[in-house]
Unconditional design. Structure first.
Length: 254
């Protein structure tokens, strides 16, 4: 992986970018002194989708081209690059809130108004990648390996979201190319824990989003046949215990 340039300027960060900067700075201050699950770089990527996309673009990981938009002229310029339809989303958020598919320039004024009102004057435009499948993949990596995955049906043929009604199914087998791109995306943002949204486009798998602090619904326990939170916690404790044993052995030798 190539080194990344500095994180995107604060003007392109979340509506609460000052709070996020303080939070990330706090993680930076403690991450080399006490164990943390996800470090400062991962936290920045979690709260700033532009930075997350930037990390993956630098590392050559397939992800939609992403452009920050603040004004109507920005929107028009971005559309020249991305074409139509295109995806509009907030820099910070989850559960598909604020995610729109823009079909024409007629929608720009409404989108910019929302950006000015809710998103610190900045939203993201992304290239629309059509899926070749009726589902997307939701893949959890923890400690450098695949922990579990499930599929989601695509609502209106393009967006996977349980909040919007997607049906989910546990996956016993995940395509190798999906596992590979998820491993690379997790490394790209420096994550120990990461849940990714992946579609299979015309040119292969594409990372739509990284979610290092994912949300879970209680219904997942019944649908998936296990508790994903318990699975993650068990993996974290196993890795931490193994790390402590290795550290104690190294101290004993020393």
């Amino acid at each position: 992986m190539r080194p990344h340039p500095e994180p995107c300027p604060p003007k392109y960060c979340s509506p609460n970018h000052l709070f996020i900067d303080i939070y990330v700075s706090f993680i930076e201050a403690i991450e080399h002194q006490i164990p943390v699950i996800n470090g400062s770089k991962t936290s920045r990527a979690d709260y700033d989708k532009l930075f997350s996309a930037h990390c993956m673009e630098v590392d050559g990981i397939p992800t939609p081209k992403t452009i920050p938009v603040k004004t109507l002229s920005d929107a028009k310029a971005a559309a020249e690059v991305l074409g139509f339809p295109l995806i509009c989303k907030p820099i910070l958020g989850g559960r598909s809130l604020g995610v729109l598919r823009i079909e024409s320039p007629e929608d720009f004024s409404k989108v910019i108004l929302s950006a000015n009102k809710y998103y610190n004057n900045t939203i993201l435009f992304q290239k629309f990648i059509p899926s070749t499948l009726p589902i997307d993949y939701r893949v959890c990596f923890c400690g450098g390996s695949l922990l579990y995955a499930h599929s989601r049906t695509l609502m209106d043929g393009w967006i996977g979201s349980r909040s919007m009604g997607s049906k989910i199914d546990f996956l016993d087998i995940v395509p190798e190319e999906v596992v590979s791109i998820c491993l690379n995306a997790t490394k790209s943002i420096g994550a120990y824990l990461n849940v990714m949204d992946v579609i299979v486009g015309p040119d292969g798998p594409v990372i739509i989003e990284n979610n290092p602090t994912p949300n879970f619904r209680s219904e997942y326990i019944e649908i998936l046949g296990f508790n994903p939170v318990e699975k993650i916690v068990k993996k974290i404790l196993e890795d931490y215990s193994e790390r402590m044993v290795m550290a104690n052995e190294a101290n004993s030798v020393g």
